[in-house]
Design a protein around this ligand. Structure first.
Ligand SMILES: [Ca+2]
Ligand SMILES: [Ca+2]
Ligand SMILES: [Ca+2]
Ligand SMILES: [Ca+2]
Length: 711
C-alpha cells in the first residue's frame, strides 16, 4: 500500500488518502453534474384510485399462518378530495362475457367489494363507477395466473456488480417517478445484512427502481466508499421541487455510479479506495474500537470502515437515476494528522473509530408550510433534511432544491447550544408539525428543532431506539409522541423520569409514562409501541419491552396485563398496521400480523394470528432481530396497509395486500401529512412505524358505521 497526497480541488481539503495499488481509473466526468439533462415528462397524472385485487389461493392451508379468507377483495382508493357522500358501483365481466353489476345498494361505507363467488380459473375484469353513473372510475383485470399467488412478485435485476454476492432486498420507498399516477418502487439492495457497527466486508450498496409491473428502470451503485448498513445508507425518495416527479437523495462519494454511468471521481479522474485497511484498525487517537461480537474483544476493528475521503449528498432524478446536483455532506471536522483529526472526532462526535461519527440520516420536511389539510395539496416545496451524529454532538442541516442546486437554508449544531442538547437523538429523526403552526419540525429524539432551525424544546430524556409521532388521544389538542429510552441517567436524571413516555409534541412535556427505577440491566428499553388495539378502552394503548403492562395514552393507567403475541409467543411491539377490517389496528413483526382481539372475519381456529407471510415464501424481514419489512404502508387499494418483504431466496420482492373485508373507509393514508412523513421516512436508521396525524380509533370508526352519509 502506498500513500498519495492529493488536493481535492472541489472541496479545498488536504486529505491524506490511503489508496490501493490497483485503483480503477475512469474518465473525468464528474465536474459538472448539472450539464444538460434530458427533458422530464411534463404531463403528470394525479388522483389514481390504485385499484387492486387480493386473493389467497391457500387461505385454508394452515390454521395458524394462512389468511383464513377465501373470498377475493377488490379495493380502491378514497381520495381526500372526494365529497363525503361519494358512493360507488362495481361491475364484473368474466372471460369477456357481459358485465354484471355486483352491488345492489351503492357502496358508501367502504371502497372495497368482497367477491365470494370469484371463479379464479377465469379472467375477471372489475370496473368501478360513481353510483348510478356510467363513466369508469377505475378498473382491474385479474387473471387466473395472478390468482395463483397471494402476493404480487417483482423479480430483482440480475445485472449486479458482483455475481457472487447476494444483494438482498432491504429498505424500500415508494414514489411516482414517471408521472403516470402509479407509484414506483425504489429498493436498496444490501451486500449483506445487519451492517450496524463493525467492519464492512465486500460488495457495494445498490439503489434500484422498478415499476409495479416488474419493469426494471435503473440502478445506482453507491460504490466502495459508502459503508453498507442501516446507519450509513439512508436515502429519501420525495418530490422536492413540486413537478410531480420524485427525486432521490443519499450520501455519495468517489465511486458512486449513477444510472447513466457517470461516476464520481477525484479531480484526476480516479476513484480512490478510502476503506481502512489496517487489520488492527483501532481508533487513531483512542486506540479503541467496537467489537462485532460484544463478548469477544478480538473482533474489535475498524478495518473496512471509511474515515477519510470526500462525502457528498447527491440528489438524482427518480425518473432516470441521473444526478441533478451534489453538495458536501456535513463534514467530519478536524484537521492535520490522523491522530489530531481523530482527537477532534472523539471530543466532538464521541469516538474516533467510526461509530458515533458515522450516523447519517436523510429525510424531508415542509418547513414553509405543510400540505393543505382539507385537500392534501401542497402550496410550498419541502426541504431536504440531513443529519450527522447521535450520541454526543449532532448536526441537522436543511437544504432546498432550487434551480437544480441544493441551497442551504439553516444548519443546527449542538455545539452552539446548551450541553443538555447533546446525545439526544434516536436511531432516526421524525418529521411532524409538532407545535401546530402549519410547518414541520424535526424531532431529533428527545430534542425538537423548529421549522426555522431554532430550538423548539429539549426534554433531556436522551437516546432511544423508538419514536412514534401521531394522534393518540382523541380529545387532546395537538400531536403526541410515544418513545422509549436507553439511559436511566438521562431519562431519570434530567428527563421526564420514565423509560417509556407519552409526550406532548408541542413542548416535550410528559403526559404519562411507565418504567421507573428499573433494574440496571433492564433500564435500556429498546421497544415500545402505540396503537388502538382494545376497542373497549378509550384512546390508544401503549406498551414497551419493560412488559409492565398495556397502558392508556390518556394517563388513566393500566388497560391490560396481556399483550398481542406473535411467533414464539413473543410480545409484539415492533410496528402497528391497518390490515384487518376491524376498528382497531394490528401488530406486525417477523412477517406475522397479530390481532390483540380475536378476529371474527377469519375462517380458521387461530383468530389472533391473521397471517404469517413466510408461509407464502417470503422471508421474515430485514435487520436481524428487528425483522423490518422492506416497506409497509397504504399504497394500493383501500386504506389498509400493504406489506413488502423479500422472498426467502432474496431474489424477489413480494407485495402483500389485505384480503380482509371491512365496513370502514378512510382517504388514502398518504394524503394525511403526518402519515406521509412517517411512511416516507420509515426506514431511516432503525425503521419505525407509520402513524396518522388525526384520530382514527375504534371510537371514530364504529361511529362512522352508524352514521348516515352526509350531503
Ligand atoms: Ca409512476
Ligand atoms: Ca420533483
Ligand atoms: Ca410546526
Ligand atoms: Ca392499501
Amino acid at each position: 500500500m502506498k500513500k498519495h497526497y492529493i488536493v481535492l480541488g472541489l472541496f479545498c481539503l488536504l486529505a491524506i488518502v490511503a489508496c490501493s495499488d490497483n485503483d480503477p481509473v475512469v474518465e473525468v466526468n464528474n465536474d459538472n453534474p448539472t450539464e444538460e439533462l434530458p427533458p422530464l415528462p411534463t404531463e403528470v397524472i394525479t388522483g389514481s384510485r390504485a385499484m387492486w385485487v387480493s386473493y389467497d389461493p391457500i387461505s385454508a392451508s394452515d390454521s395458524n399462518n394462512s389468511s383464513g379468507i377465501s373470498s377475493a377483495l377488490i379495493s380502491w382508493r378514497l381520495l381526500k378530495t372526494d365529497p363525503s357522500n361519494i358512493a360507488f358501483d362495481i361491475y364484473k365481466s368474466v372471460d369477456g362475457e357481459a358485465e354484471v353489476k355486483l352491488n345492489e345498494e351503492p357502496i358508501s361505507n367502504t371502497t372495497s367489494w368482497v367477491d365470494a363467488d370469484i371463479d379464479v380459473s377465469k379472467t375477471n375484469v372489475y370496473r368501478v363507477t360513481l353510483a348510478n353513473q356510467t363513466e369508469t372510475l377505475c378498473d382491474y383485470t385479474f387473471t387466473s395466473e395472478m390468482a395463483e399467488k397471494f402476493y404480487h412478485e417483482i423479480r430483482l435485476n440480475l445485472n449486479v456488480p458482483d455475481a457472487s454476492i447476494t444483494y438482498s432486498p432491504d429498505d424500500i420507498q415508494l414514489g411516482d417517478l414517471d408521472g403516470d399516477g402509479e407509484l414506483e418502487i425504489v429498493v436498496k439492495r444490501e451486500p449483506y445484512d445487519g451492517a450496524n457497527m463493525g467492519v464492512w466486508f465486500n460488495g457495494t450498496t445498490l439503489l434500484e427502481a422498478y415499476k409495479m409491473d416488474g419493469t426494471f428502470l435503473w440502478q445506482i451503485d453507491l460504490g466502495i466508499n459508502i459503508r453498507s448498513g442501516s446507519h450509513y445508507t439512508s436515502y429519501i425518495l420525495y418530490d422536492f421541487d413540486g413537478d410531480g416527479l420524485c427525486e432521490i437523495a443519499f450520501r455519495s462519494s468517489e465511486g458512486t455510479k449513477f444510472a447513466d454511468g457517470k461516476i464520481i471521481t477525484d479531480a484526476n479522474g480516479k476513484i480512490n479506495d478510502y476503506r481502512n485497511r489496517q487489520t488492527d484498525g483501532k481508533g487513531w487517537y483512542s486506540g479503541a474500537a467496537i467489537a462485532r461480537d460484544p463478548n469477544d474483544p478480538s473482533t474489535a476493528t475498524t478495518c473496512g470502515l471509511i474515515m477519510e475521503g470526500p462525502e457528498y449528498i447527491s440528489i438524482c432524478r427518480g425518473y432516470d437515476g441521473r444526478e441533478i446536483t451534489r453538495i458536501d455532506n456535513i463534514p467530519r471536522g478536524g484537521e492535520g494528522s490522523k491522530v489530531s483529526r481523530a482527537k477532534y472526532w472523539s471530543e466532538y462526535w464521541g469516538d474516533d473509530f467510526g461509530n458515533r461519527m458515522d450516523r447519517f440520516f436523510i429525510g424531508v420536511a415542509y418547513l414553509d408550510g405543510i400540505p393543505d389539510e382539507a385537500t392534501g395539496v401542497r402550496t410550498t416545496n419541502p426541504s431536504l433534511i440531513i443529519s450527522r451524529g447521535i450520541y454526543k454532538n449532532w448536526q441537522v442541516w436543511a437544504l432546498d432544491l432550487k434551480g437544480n442546486e441544493l441551497v442551504p437554508r439553516w444548519k443546527f449544531d449542538t455545539a452552539d447550544h446548551a450541553s443538555k442538547w447533546k446525545g439526544m437523538c434516536s436511531h432516526c429523526f421524525r418529521v411532524a408539525d409538532l407545535d401546530g403552526d402549519g410547518k414541520d419540525e424535526i424531532l431529533y429524539g428527545s430534542a425538537a428543532i423548529d421549522d426555522d432551525g431554532s430550538e423548539l424544546w429539549c426534554n433531556g430524556n436522551g437516546h432511544g431506539d423508538i419514536l412514534h409521532v401521531g394522534k393518540f388521544i382523541k380529545d387532546r389538542s395537538g400531536l403526541q409522541i410515544v418513545a422509549s429510552f436507553e439511559e436511566a441517567k438521562d431519562y431519570e436524571g434530567q428527563g421526564n423520569g420514565y423509560a417509556c413516555q407519552v409526550i406532548n409534541a408541542r413542548d416535550g412535556s410528559m403526559i404519562t409514562g411507565h418504567g421507573r427505577n428499573l433494574p440496571v440491566d433492564a433500564s435500556d428499553v429498546g421497544r415500545c409501541i402505540v396503537a388502538d388495539v382494545d376497542p373497549d378502552s378509550p384512546d390508544f394503548e401503549y406498551w414497551s419491552s419493560t412488559q409492565e403492562g398495556m397502558f392508556s395514552c390518556n394517563g388513566t393507567g393500566l388497560v391490560s396485563t396481556t399483550y398481542p403475541t406473535g411467533i414464539g409467543s413473543g410480545v409484539m411491539y415492533n410496528v402497528a398496521i391497518y390490515w384487518s377490517g376491524q376498528s382497531t389496528r394490528e401488530m406486525l413483526d417477523r412477517g406475522c400480523i397479530v390481532s390483540y382481539k380475536a378476529n371474527p372475519d377469519v375462517n380458521k381456529s387461530n383468530k389472533n394470528r391473521l397471517i404469517a407471510f413466510d408461509l407464502y415464501g417470503s422471508n421474515q424481514g430485514n435487520h436481524a432481530s428487528k425483522y423490518n419489512p422492506c416497506y409497509y404502508g397504504d399504497f394500493l387499494g383501500d386504506y389498509r396497509e400493504e406489506v413488502i418483504l423479500g422472498s426467502s431466496d432474496y431474489k424477489s420482492i413480494y407485495i402483500f395486500s389485505t384480503n380482509h373485508p371491512t365496513t370502514h373507509r378512510l382517504p388514502h393514508l398518504m394524503t394525511d401529512h403526518n402519515y406521509d412523513m412517517s411512511q416516507a421516512m420509515q426506514n431511516m436508521g432503525y425503521n419505525q412505524g407509520t402513524n396518522l396525524g388525526y384520530y382514527v380509533g375504534a371510537e371514530t370508526l364504529k361511529k362512522s358505521e352508524t352514521e348516515e352519509p352526509k350531503e
